[in-house]
Write a protein that binds this ligand. Structure first.
Ligand code: ADP
Length: 472
């Protein structure tokens, strides 16, 4: 493994998580072991001390009952019965002189502790001490106790079981801890890798995307955990970015395409006038046509901007109480002359009152666009009806015509920017009216739908909910 790779591994989150996990696990295991060790050793010590004390009690009772010779004999027998390498008894006078004992050949190195004697003479009933014997591994627990006004008993008991336990404990501790630390590191590594694998997948996808493939998505497992949520959110963000980029591309393609025609026309008019125009009239006509084309261009650009702002919510819509009935009637009156000129009958089927909270100008613009289309795409003799149905929860505005209708192929595309059906190309228009109408309806929390049959007419319906979190 190269140095760079080793450094990289050390910097990884998985490695640090594993270290933490193994560290915490090791410390807690050590604490548990230590606690267990303390409990067991103090239990063993306590039991030894109890045994020594009960020996002393028995000897002092025997001394009181049967005299010193009986006690001396009992000490020898007792030590032999328990094992001369396990226990010893030594009787001392108050000045520390030993005058009798059990077999002390194994315990010759054990001296009499002056300090303990002084403590006893000072009034203590007994004194414990633990001493280590030279060249031997075990320790000895010793008890000094006054068993009569002139006799001190020194009892010693080997702590061999204690040492054995300590050895066994050390062995078990080292083996178990090694196994546990390895297990903790293994489990920690596995868990950390599992946890960060999702993050790595997100990183890999992000890297691929920065390399130019926006179609990449992070695979989502079905665990439903935080990593899945991250992946899902990341994918949703990518979907949104991709849609926006596609839209931006489409819009810029459309703008490039749709701006080219009027600019080409303006250039053509100017060129023809310069090369052939002789009179002031020719130049006046050129100026008039140029103004007309420029107006078209401005209208297109302004409408585009309005759609973008309405869709993105950059411009906050007004929050006004709108009298929809009056608004629809005004729109009908405005378009009536156009309809009459075309021989199209226009009727307005609205309730007495219909109120809605929204942006008056925007709603006006939406109804006008629908009405304008209905009259524009309905031949002479046809009819157009604007109606409003005011429900408790929403207001439904519809514009119905008996015009040429829209084919099912076109129906799904007419709300796209700049989309125009083939049969409509003879009519004036830039293909943005319905896009704007839909943006306005959606900005008010509503939706616009259309039903249409070729040669039978179309109905555009806008549903505007009354309880909406609008205007956006
Ligand atoms: P335009 O400026 O072309 O009218 P719109 O976005 O308003 O742009 O409409 C898009 C296309 O939808 C129109 O070009 C037309 O083909 C079709 N359309 C819209 N309204 C109607 C209608 N009432 N009847 C038939 N076709 C319609």
């Amino acid at each position: 493994m190269s140095l760079k790779r080793r450094i990289n591994l050390r910097n990884t989150l998985a490695f640090r998580l594993t270290l933490w996990y193994a560290g915490i696990f090791t410390v807690s295991s050590c604490v548990a072991f230590l606690l267990f060790y303390t409990l067991v050793t103090s239990f063993i010590r306590e039991r030894t001390d109890q045994e020594l004390l009960s020996q002393v009690n028995r000897f002092s009772t025997l001394l009181a009952a049967e005299g010193v010779e009986a006690v001396k004999g009992a000490a020898v027998i007792e030590a032999q019965a328990a094992g001369v390498k396990k226990v010893f008894f030594r009787f001392l006078s108050l000045n520390g002189q030993a005058f009798s004992s059990s077999n002390m050949s194994y315990w010759k190195d054990i001296l009499i502790d002056e300090m303990a004697l002084r403590e006893l003479l000072g009034g203590s009933s007994h004194v414990f001490e633990t001493i280590a014997i030279r060249d031997r591994r075990e320790e000895v627990r010793i008890l000094y106790a006054v068993i009569s006004p002139s006799i001190i008993l020194q009892v010693g008991q080997t702590m061999e079981s204690y040492s054995r336990f300590l050895d066994a404990f050390k062995g078990i501790f080292i083996t178990t801890m090694t196994f546990l630390i390895l297990l903790a590191a293994g489990v920690g590594w596995f868990m950390a890798r599992r946890a960060v694998s999702g993050v790595e997948a997100v990183t890999r996808t992000a890297q691929k995307i920065s390399g130019g493939t926006l179609e990449e998505r992070v695979p989502v497992k079905t665990r439903g955990d935080e990593i899945d949520q991250l992946a899902t959110t990341f994918n949703q963000m990518l979907d949104r970015i991709q849609t926006l980029l596609t839209e931006i591309k489409e819009i810029s393609d459309n703008i490039a395409h749709d701006l080219r025609s009027p600019i080409t026309r303006i250039r053509g008019i100017a060129e023809v006038t310069i090369t052939t125009g002789k009179s002031l009239n020719d130049y006046e006509n050129m100026a008039a046509s140029t103004i007309e084309e420029c107006d078209r261009l401005l209208d297109m650009i302004n409408t585009m901007l309005m759609i973008s702002k309405t869709e993105s919510g950059v411009d906050k819509l007004l929050h006004e109480e709108i009298d929809l009935t009056a608004l629809a009637q005004e729109a009908c009156e405005l378009f009536r002359p156009t309809a009459e000129d075309k021989g199209v009958s226009l009727s307005c089927n609205v309730p007495k009152v219909s109120h809605f909270i929204g942006d008056t100008q925007m709603i006006q613009r939406m109804i006008s666009n629908l009405l304008d289309n209905a009259i524009k795409y309905t031949p002479s003799g046809g009819s157009v009806t604007v109606s409003i149905i005011d429900n408790d929860t929403d207001v439904v505005v519809s514009v119905k015509d008996t015009g040429g209708g829209i084919s099912s192929n076109d129906l799904s595309r007419i709300f796209e920017r700049f989309y125009r059906c083939d049969q409509s190309r003879s009519q004036p228009g830039i293909g943005l009216g319905l896009s704007l109408a839909r943006a306005i309806a959606r900005a008010h929390g509503g939706e616009i739908t259309v039903t249409s049959n070729l040669d039978q007419g179309s109905t555009f319906t806008v549903i505007l909910p009354k309880s909406q979190p609008h205007p956006s």
